[in-house]
Design a protein around this ligand. Structure first.
Ligand SMILES: [Zn+2]
Length: 200
């Protein structure tokens, strides 16, 4: 395979990049200086070398714990469960949430071969049962798969108690566009969905 084909194939694996765009990007990259190409290649390598999941919440970090878990001003007893690290960015941009997170690493999608064992649910149950958590807010996306995942998480947590007693499990309110992605929702909608959360 030629170098051009090779890069275009890799680029077309990225979300939202079709074959045509991949080729266009490849030809664009050919036009830039060698130095610029080297910087791009190096930052890609550095990214995969340095970034790893937070040991507590599975957010992305360059340390053992992410900056949110390390922040003493965050309420560790309030845990917001999201599908992907990018969802944390969306909720943080809304600027209302003062608790911490737990990243599942996806959502239940049997057709794509994603089952419960592929998600960080066992770690969530362990965390809730040992960590002084009083409320878990399930903030998976308002899609069919996101709802199914929320129900699964709720069932797994239903009988978990801890040192602070019963754990309340809530679901963010509807109002976010159905089938939409938390990641693309505006801050006001996210803040509203969080504020109007309901017990599951
Ligand atoms: Zn963390």
């Amino acid at each position: 395979m030629s170098a051009i084909e090779d890069l275009a194939t890799e680029l077309s694996k990225l979300p939202g990049i079709g074959r045509k765009t991949a080729l266009r990007l490849t030809y664009h990259l050919l036009k830039q200086s060698k130095e610029q190409s080297r910087r791009l290649a190096e930052s890609l390598l550095t990214l995969s070398d340095r970034v790893r999941p937070c040991e507590r919440c599975f957010n992305l970090t360059e340390d053992v714990l992410c900056s949110i878990c390390r922040d003493p001003r965050r309420d560790q007893s309030l845990v917001c469960v999201v599908e992907e690290p990018s969802d944390i960015g969306a909720i943080e941009r809304a600027g209302e949430f003062r608790g911490v997170y737990h990243v599942l690493g996806g959502r239940l999608a049997p057709l794509d071969g994603v089952g419960p064992e592929d998600l960080q649910v066992v770690s969530l149950v362990n965390r809730v049962s040992t960590g002084g958590v009083r409320e878990v807010i399930v903030a998976t996306n308002p899609s069919l798969e996101g709802e199914a995942t929320a129900v699964y998480v709720q069932r797994e947590l239903a009988h978990v108690g801890n040192s602070v007693g019963a754990v309340t499990i809530t679901r963010i309110a509807r109002g976010l566009p159905i089938g939409g992605d938390l990641e693309y929702a505006d801050g006001a909608s996210i803040a509203q969905a969080l504020a109007a959360r309901r017990a599951m």
